[in-house]
Design a binder for this molecule. Sequence first.
Ligand code: ADP
Ligand code: MG
Length: 761
Amino acid sequence: MSKSKSPETVKVVVRCRPMNEKEQANKFERVVSVDVKLGQIVVRNPREASASESPKVFTFDSVYDWNSKQIDLYDETFRPLVDSVLLGFNGTIFAYGQTGTGKTYTMEGVRNDPEKRGVIPNSFEHIFTHISRSQNQQYLVRASYLEIYQEEIKDLLSKNQAHRLELRERPDTGVYVKDLSSFVTKSVREIEHVMNVGNQNRSVGSTNMNEHSSRSHAIFVITVECSELGVDGENHIRVGKLNLVDLAGSERQSKTGAKGERLKEATKINLSLSALGNVISALVDGRSSHIPYRDSKLTRLLQDSLGGNACTVMVANIGPASYNMEETLTTLRYSNRAKNIKNKPRINEDPKDALLREFQEEIARLKGQLQNRSGEKKKRKQRRRAGEGSDGEDLEGETEDDDEDGDDKGDYWGEQQEKLERERKAIMEDHSLVAEEKVRLLKKKEKKMEDLRREREAGEMLTAKVKAMESKLLVGGKNIVDHTNEQQKILQQRRHEIAEQKHREREMQQEMESRDEETLELKETYTSLQQEVDIKTKKLKKLFAKLQAVKAEIHDIQEAHIRERQELEQTQNELTRDLKLKHQIIENFIPLEEKNKIVSRAYIDEEDEHWKMQPITRIEDDQPMRTRPLSAVGYRRPLCHHARVAMMMKPDTRYKAENIQILDMDLPTRTTIDYQEPEFAPTVAAALRDALRDEDEIQVDAFGFYSTSGPTPPASAISSLKKTKSGRPRTGKMSSSPKSPFSPSSPGSPLYPQCRGLVPK
Ligand code: ADP
Ligand code: MG
């Protein structure tokens, strides 16, 4: 069913940004020169020692220098790719390179400057213009935006930014992100809004936008579905998916001294990028049968774009200044390898998950409902005309069961409402009715009006839903006769032709270069010995230079390789050290038994490379918790032979089949006593009674304060006590003749506290 393109290689283009202000101010030397015509990038080493070193030359499909315009890049390189997406192919554009070399500039560009718009906004314009010019086709465009940071996938369009998404794989559609939100967009403005929302979410989540963007990969996905009547008279749907990828900065992250979280971060940051490099190497190697797509989220997600069903363009961004030379060379080598990857793109025709098909079916269903509704309405009208249902009873019966239906004409509803209103008034004015009956009838009418209103609303909602859904399906051909549109179309075609022409020219130039050497060989007939010597010397010189270049290249690659290996070893050492610590903690602080239990339960989830714990009891998702099976011999639970024998032999509860025993409650032992009133000595009680009788005659006797063993009260105290009668404050109601001569209330005595002592008489 699906149509294939002939296998094509990944197209690699290189773009060198201009020197920035800082580089200009510091007078950095430019080491990169760009030969646009030949598609060559030449890197010269500025160091004195390497003056003799020949410059490094890299050839690509197209190269763009610092003067390149965004639109030129688009027309020459990206437009053909987006065109193929519109035909139903998958397409991917990667921007690769060191931080600050223009990846985001190439992909997004400068927002409010139409001249500096990047690939993403330009592709919006391209796609929607194409749709508006199409004829007899129906389109559905939707967009998603996601980010991969530290091997975690975040949906940039989701409300819940803390949520992390997972990758899933289906045999028919391949790898996809589960629960990734996508928005159907009807115009450039709408899709731009989607991009802005995503960009805002990207920057909100980070403390430093530059740092964050240099460590994360952002993927904007546009899915274009197109439905067209085929020659077989059937509607066919083609689905093209465009991945626009702004990769993390490719510079080496310094790994020295990283510990804990930072180490984790450092090892994860470039995991996707190094996995991408490994995938590229494995693909171009030809010898390895295993392609390590599963090593990272990025490579898994873009599996189709590398060696699969997609057309791919990789933009390698480089900086021109000398201090970036190492990174520039690494980027150039990396992309040089990528250009040998072969893809097998084909049109995705009638895939199972086409949203457009779902939309079409839903619209047809809703329209069917509307049609049913209008059919019913007609019937009702006819019936009304024939004199049926004039009392409204019929209408009530119908409105109840078809409140889902809708209507398209207001007059029907108006009529009905007027009629009900009239009836309501008639009831109000009918004096022959009893008040209760009136209320009942009025309520009935009101209910009918309410039903009518609801029915009308449902109908309107249905119509609005159909309209909304239809508006999402885009059809072109409206302004096809528009003059300016025609002109633009022609202009675009010309631009496309020019781009093609340039491309052909470059290819011819490159071919001529390589032919040059062959033609030299063909001139085998020499007129003189001297001429032969000259020509052969020339040839030798050329070959020698080439040999030197190749040798230098080998040397460079080896060096880069060693450096990379050292870095990997360093990371490995740090990770081993970290692991040792964890081991030590486990060995010393976690009981062996517990550790073994955990180890036996743990398993690795291949899907997202995480260790997970097997549940202790396995319950399938859709199964209710299993009940304990009844034992065959009639016990509540299975029993072993020993338990059964033991149960019969002795009444030990341990072997009872029922593990719930009913026991009498043990009452707790008492720990408190009841309250008892304190008892007064009869003499005290009598004294109190007396005291309460007459206050004036109170007599206080503090003699009891002095025990027999205590000191004898001083004479002064005794003498002062004799005068108590008048000295005591009149607060109590005591009265008794003083028996004891001592009283503590004497102001003259420092020994006695100021209180009243009550003693028996
Ligand atoms: P990256 O995304 O690779 O980290 P940016 O796209 O943010 O880099 O570019 C860094 C700076 O360089 C930005 O200010 C950008 O405007 C500027 N820049 C990059 N490429 C170009 C170019 N081709 N022409 C003009 N300015 C550029
Ligand atoms: Mg960037």
